[in-house]
Design a protein around this ligand. Structure first.
Ligand code: HC1
Length: 567
């Protein structure tokens, strides 16, 4: 197809949208309701372009190119319309500078701000109308501030199209349109799974996590408390983005140094508990496999996934591993084994988690395991604390985690990417089943960003059918296939967020496919950098079993490391 863009001729082989075609011509058109992960919607009209011979402007995201088309992306007419649309968006949703841009928590990632600058908005001629819809603070994980919402519908579509959770919707029409939940009940009172994918998608500050930074500042300055911190596997490959670094920059050792500067008494690693999870979960799998227990076994680390299955597929709850997530296992071990080891009264120990995940905030308060963890901060919240403390993260010297709960392996590191839990479990299961040394540690077939991956793993003549699923829309597909008898597996890893925890709802914004790939690459680099790459070879885990737990699935393990689910 031959197409003219701003009087220059281009040739395209495929039937592209105008938006994709102009991108190939290296021209940027502003968009708001458009997102690469979602079906185009065409509601905000910011991407409108002029087409020769057409009476009205056309939205570039939902209009296809055609042979001979002449497109003007930045003509005077286009510029005027775009600027008026933008003024209307700003005015009708109260995001003018006389509101609270300066104090908005998502100010640094606000797309409205960037676009207003790009299209040269110098004033808003239309009076501001503030939304009368009250804030929604019903959730443990996510806050909604409707006055900052521009009704772009991206959160609604992400929740429906990608996650298949469908708890958000658009209500009313015209200027009264707003985003809400079923009967305006609030996100904490509907079947929200707290994954935070809506937060990642929201272009403004209308959706953000429930902040706990104030509580954490208070507790680290309280001398009567012994405050320890754990960092999730996916945080170290993403937090640098908050400081302007390229995605995928690994800052594990600077992260440790920064947390020490903030004043934590000990800096530990969730990866230690990821190794522990493998010990328990691989043993659980082998036990079920040998004794005819319920299979396929589903992994249980991702709290958004757990809430999804509880709400939508309770008939599968017996398939879930009874293992708590590494976050919770860490807290349980820290407040018993470690507190006793260093002689700190258990009630004086405070456990703070740094997680890429908003659902971890909810997991912390689940009644079955309440008390394991005291506060959960997202990657973004920690970056804010570093900035507030004047900590220049990227230039800090390298420091090591504290021992023993900071001793980890390559197997634990890969938990942060989709497929990682499966691969780590296979490394251990292979050696437990065969008693032989596993030479080739990389299970390439379960790696990669695809939503559903399948593999047959041969261990000493035994064929294990495994699958790896990320994103809840894919989880729904998988569970339906199993239900209909179309699929049969022994073991399945499920993660709520696209890409696994590297794409968690608490990670730096934006999280595009390209960014996910870079974070994933970094995760496997970390794995390779470890001398010990199998969980069962972690000497600190071996000591924990010897000194305290006995063996995997022991009575003590069950008491501290396993949980139950709610139908
Ligand atoms: Fe995850 Fe997990 S890997 S769930 O994705 O099992 O959040 O990073 O901490 O608990 O270890 C998240 C990440 C994380 C747990 C571990």
């Amino acid at each position: 197809m031959k197409v003219k863009i701003n009087n220059k001729e281009y040739e395209f082989q495929e039937e592209l949208s105008i938006l994709d075609a102009v991108k190939k011509a290296h021209i940027i058109i502003p968009t708001l309701c458009y997102s690469e992960k979602l079906k185009p919607f065409g509601s905000c009209r910011l991407c409108s372009v002029e087409i020769k011979g057409e009476r009205t402007l056309k939205p570039a995201c939902v209009t296809k190119i055609s042979n001979g088309m002449e497109i003007y992306t930045h003509s005077e007419k286009v510029r005027k319309v775009r600027s008026t649309i933008m003024e209307l968006i700003i005015a009708s949703h109260g995001i003018s500078c006389n509101l609270n841009c300066l104090t908005c928590p998502k100010s640094s990632s606000c797309e409205i701000k960037v676009i207003a600058e790009e299209i040269g908005i110098m004033e808003v001629r239309i009076p501001t109308i503030s939304s009368k819809i009250p804030e929604d603070r019903s959730s443990y994980s996510i806050v909604r501030e409707p006055q900052k919402c521009i009704v772009c519908d991206r959160c609604v579509r992400k929740c429906a199209e990608v996650q298949s959770v469908n708890i958000l919707t658009i209500a009313n029409r015209g200027p009264d349109t707003y985003v809400t939940t079923f009967l305006d009940k609030g996100m904490g009172n509907v079947d929200c799974v707290n994954c935070g994918q809506c937060v990642i998608e929201c272009p403004t500050g209308a959706l953000h996590e429930v902040y706990q930074t104030d509580q954490v500042w208070n507790v680290i300055s309280d001398n009567s408390k012994y405050v320890i911190v754990q960092t999730a596997p996916a945080v170290r490959v993403a937090i640098a983005e908050e400081f302007g670094a390229e995605p995928g920059r690994i800052v594990t050792k600077q992260l440790v140094a920064g947390l020490r500067l903030l004043g934590f008494d000990k800096v530990f690693d969730t990866n230690f508990a990821a190794d522990l999870t493998i010990m328990e979960e691989a043993s659980e799998f082998l036990e079920r496999f040998k004794n005819g227990g319920k299979l396929p076994l589903f992994t249980s680390c991702s709290p958004g996934w757990i809430k999804f299955i509880e709400h939508n597929y309770p008939e599968f709850l017996d398939n879930l591993s009874t293992c708590k997530s590494p976050q919770q296992m860490f807290g349980a071990i820290a407040k018993t084994y470690y507190a006793d080891k260093i002689g700190i009264p258990r009630e004086d120990m405070i456990v703070v988690s740094i997680m890429p995940c908003t659902a971890k905030k909810y997991e912390r308060v689940r009644p079955e395991m309440k008390g394991d963890v005291d506060y959960v901060l997202t990657t973004r919240e920690l970056a804010k604390m570093f900035k507030l403390a004047g900590i220049d993260l990227l230039n800090l010297p390298s420091e090591e985690y504290d021992e023993p709960l900071g001793i980890t392996t390559g197997a634990a590191a890969i938990f942060g990417a989709t497929g990682g839990v499966m691969e780590a479990a296979l490394r251990t299961a292979y050696e437990v089943i065969t008693g032989k040394n596993l030479e080739r540690l990389d299970f390439e077939s379960v790696r990669g960003i695809e939503g559903i991956k399948e593999a047959v793993i041969e261990i000493d003549g035994l064929k294990l059918n495994v699958a790896v699923v990320n994103g809840l829309g894919n989880a729904r597909k998988m569970l339906d296939m199993i239900k209909n008898g179309e699929k049969d597996y022994h073991f399945i890893e499920f993660m709520a967020c696209p890409g696994g925890c590297i794409g968690g709802g608490g990670q730096p914004i934006p999280t595009t496919k390209e960014i996910l790939s870079k974070r994933m690459k970094a995760i496997y680099e970390i794995d390779k950098s470890f001398e010990i790459r199998k969980s069962h070879e972690n000497p600190a885990i071996q000591a924990l079993y010897k000194e305290f737990l006995g063996e995997p699935l022991s009575e003590k393990s069950h008491e501290l490391l396993h949980t139950t689910y709610i139908a």
